[in-house]
Ligand binder design. Structure first.
Ligand code: ZN
Length: 194
């Protein structure tokens, strides 16, 4: 089932996700719905907060992007990126490493907004997969960027928080418009805007 993606201004996007203690059928269904929703939106990552759940859960799939390479290592060995996709990360521990590199970034909760964001060039990740098994990997390139972007979502952090101040200033009218539209839609629905 394709889920509605919450936009900037929705309070859920600022909530820190709770750890998932048990992979219930509801969690499995949410994972499947998130994968379907991400594909439908042609995104490379989606966090649970973006579909209304404050949980430590994100899905990623960088296969569609050919012009911005990703690297993957498992147990110290280079691994095939495409074969590892889609990635389901439950309760991920993400450790960024290396110098910060700028790169273009967008977010499904901020339609049509793209900006250069600086982030460390690699990440080490340990997480549970959808079967509840612990796995670890090291990523570089686009995948490292995407993992950091999604891990931020799980802590209520948005890419606008990582933007250079001048870029965020330049986007201010657009961001205010988006936030106002989201809040107006929420108050029409009633209830949601807590
Ligand atoms: Zn995002």
């Amino acid at each position: 089932m394709i889920l509605p993606i919450l936009k900037y201004g929705h309070p859920m996007l600022r909530q820190k996700g709770a750890r998932i203690e048990r992979i219930t059928p509801e969690v499995v269904k949410l994972i499947d719905d998130m994968l379907e929703t991400m594909r439908a939106a042609t995104g490379i990552g989606l966090a649970a907060q973006q579909v209304g759940h404050a949980l430590q859960l994100t899905v990623l799939d960088v296969r569609g992007v050919k012009d911005r390479p990703s690297t993957l290592e498992r147990v110290g060995q280079p691994a095939d990126v495409d074969a590892a996709m889609p990635l389901v990360l439950i309760n991920p521990q993400v450790t960024p490493a290396g110098p910060s590199v700028p790169g273009p970034e967008g977010c499904l909760s901020f339609p049509e907004i793209f900006e250069e964001i600086s982030r460390p060039e690699t990440v080490e990740v340990t997480a549970l997969n959808r079967d509840g098994q612990t796995f670890s990997f090291k990523a570089g390139g686009l995948l490292a960027r995407a993992v950091q972007h999604e891990a931020d979502h799980l802590n209520g952090i948005l890419f606008i928080d990582r933007m250079a101040l001048k870029d965020k200033q330049a986007l201010k009218p657009t961001l205010e418009e988006l936030q106002a539209a989201t809040k107006a839609a929420l108050s029409q629905q009633g209830g949601g805007a807590k």
